[in-house]
Ligand binder design. Structure first.
Ligand code: ADP
Length: 557
């Protein structure tokens, strides 16, 4: 794959001079950790459904990464090839990334909620040669799903299933175990050469992560080691995290949050991470206490659940010092309650796949800053709030949020025209915010059309396009309505064609047939006579949003 990461080269000289691009890769960090503390516990992976716990020291982790790396080359993976990976927070996720980095392959993490529709698009667009999936997870057979679409994917050569077994209960021929972890690939004569020949440089693309699009199609965000480290290093410094701080990551590593702060950051810090694959607050509390977890980061529903469960179980999480909350709007009342119940420092943050968490509150800020703002920029980041013409607006006024960051991505794969970054390096985030006179921002809304359901972005246009293809639908709009736990959920507002009807069950089964992620299917349907629209015929979504908010409010009373 030729990566068109056009946003990197023009920034390089300044970013290096200013000390934000460190010219280090995850290989350098892993090797440094092995040299400094080979026997230190690096990773504890907990499978909630089976109770299985797997631990690796740094030396063990590096050894297995080497083995998997050589194994991947046997599957035909080489430099700049994409390895797609649709795994929950399992150790195989971390190890596959480390392995890819040994041989210059690029990891494309995919959320395990994706189904045929999302996967087909991404695998085709990214031209992945190999995909690694669970055989099954939460009762769903991923291997069968991917094998079903494989004939339509000319580049995909191997479907590797973690935990697949044959009729005798032995690792199946296409299993992760048989192909990558059982054979002692690292002992082959050419292993050292394979492991060193194609190591990526700090400006090579190292990660391809799809973000739900506002244009109807997911966009492939490309990052290099320099852009990723330029976020993680100042982030860890601001939070004063070090080698002794054990991290819990229950937020998916297939999102930037989990990937940056649950996979890469622990290696840079030479600290220890605990991976939880299914979010259950009770289990989270147990792990925090058993593993003496100091730091975690997740979106608002995790914080809500943790707070409520600690309170109702009358327990505590004394080792936990910091909960960083980001990824979705953070209600003031929740943060206040969490602070009181958990007794931990709550840090609020804003960020996106394109640049990581770029604004955060500080540890020595008064709590009220975390209650009412989403933080101020990390070193190497500038933010500004502008009106529709691009002029700065006064402090306190809401406008479009632009970011100029040393961690800004390299561009969208094969879609440089959508990069959204001007010649001065300002990236239009699609979020609306206001800034206070101390430079702290608060997200106030979005100009891009996505719904954030508990930290998971629903690609509104994509779902609307599908609804429009339903024979009964004349007009469709997917609009958020407020929800206490998830922040917002999606409602489909529909006008039917004359003589046609659509009910909720009909809509759900139609969308399921389209093989989209379950989480993208609207949880309500409203059939209307007409849509509020502008003179030019554009649906006025804000009116629908207001109407739904009102209906939700009334339903509560
Ligand atoms: P990630 O993969 O980290 O979840 P995405 O790129 O999927 O990132 O989503 C980023 C979007 O999430 C932002 O553009 C914004 O709309 C929303 N978001 C992130 N943090 C906050 C926050 N603190 N308050 C409100 N919205 C947020």
């Amino acid at each position: 794959m030729e990566f068109d990461a056009v946003l990197l080269a023009p920034r390089r000289a300044a970013a290096v001079t200013q000390g934000y691009w460190l010219d280090r890769t995850i290989n350098d960090e892993l090797d440094a950790a092995v040299a400094a503390c080979p026997d230190k516990l690096a990773l504890t992976a907990v499978r909630v459904e089976t109770g299985e716990v797997t631990r690796f020291t740094y030396a063990e982790m590096a050894r297995l990464a080497d083995r998997i790396a050589v194994g991947l080359t046997k599957l035909g993976v080489g430099k700049n090839d994409i390895v797609a990976l649709q795994l929950p927070n399992w150790w195989q996720f971390t190890l596959t990334y480390l392995a890819c980095s040994r041989i210059g392959a690029v990891l494309n993490p995919m959320m395990h909620i994706f189904r045929e529709r999302e996967l087909s698009f991404m695998l085709k667009h990214g031209e992945a040669k190999v995909i690694i999936v669970p055989k099954t997870f939460r009762g769903f057979d991923f291997e069968t799903m991917v094998n079903g679409i494989k004939p339509t994917l000319p580049h995909l050569q191997h479907v590797v299933a973690v935990g697949a077994v044959d009729a005798n209960g032995q690792p199946a021929a296409n299993s992760f175990e048989a192909l990558l972890t059982i054979p002692e690939w690292e002992k082959q004569a050419d292993a050292q050469d394979i492991l060193t020949r194609h190591r990526p440089g700090p400006d090579d693309v190292t990660q391809l992560i799809y973000t739900s699009g506002t244009t109807g199609e997911p966009k492939g965000v490309m990052h290099s080691a320099n852009t990723v480290f330029a976020n993680i290093v100042p982030y860890a410094k601001r939070l004063k995290l070090g080698a002794d701080d054990t991290i819990l990551m229950a937020s998916p590593m297939a999102h930037q949050t989990g990937f940056m702060y649950g996979l890469i950051m622990p290696v840079i810090l030479k600290s220890s991470v605990v991976l939880q694959d299914v979010w259950e607050a009770k289990k989270g509390i147990e792990l925090i206490n058993a593993e003496q977890v100091v730091f975690t980061m997740a979106s608002t529903p995790f914080l809500t659940d943790l707070t409520n469960t600690v309170q109702s179980a009358n327990t505590s999480v004394p080792s936990l010092k910091i909960f960083l909350c980001a990824g979705a709007p953070i209600p003031t009342a929740l943060v206040e309650q969490a602070r009181a119940v958990l007794g931990v420092k709550i840090v609020s943050a804003w960020g996106m796949s394109e640049n990581g968490a770029v604004t955060t509150t500080r540890l020595d800020d008064p709590d009220e800053r975390a209650f009412n703002t989403d933080g101020c920029p990390l070193p190497g980041v500038e933010v500004k709030v502008v009106d529709l013409d691009g002029h700065d607006v006064p402090h306190g006024t809401a406008g479009k949020l632009l970011v100029r960051s040393c961690s800004n991505f390299g561009g969208y794969l094969k879609r440089p025209h959508l990069n959204g970054t001007d010649e001065q390096g300002w990236f239009d985030t699609g979020d609306l915010a206001r800034m206070d006179d101390q430079g702290y921002i608060r997200i106030t809304g979005r100009s891009k059309d996505v719904i954030i359901r508990g930290g998971e972005n629903i690609p509104v246009v994509e779902v609307e396009n599908l609804l429009y293809r339903h024979p009964a639908v004349a007009l469709a709009a997917v609009v958020p309505y407020p929800d206490e736990r998830m922040g917002e959920r999606a409602c489909a507002v529909v006008v039917t064609k004359p003589g046609q009807t659509l009910d909720f069950d009909g809509m759900v089964s139609y969308l399921k047939d389209q093989k989209i992620a379950m989480q993208y299917i609207p949880e309500k349907l409203l059939v209307q006579e007409s849509m509020p629209s502008t003179a030019s015929g554009k649906i006025q979504k804000f009116k629908l949003r207001e109407m739904l908010a009102e209906m939700t409010q009334q339903a509560k009373q």
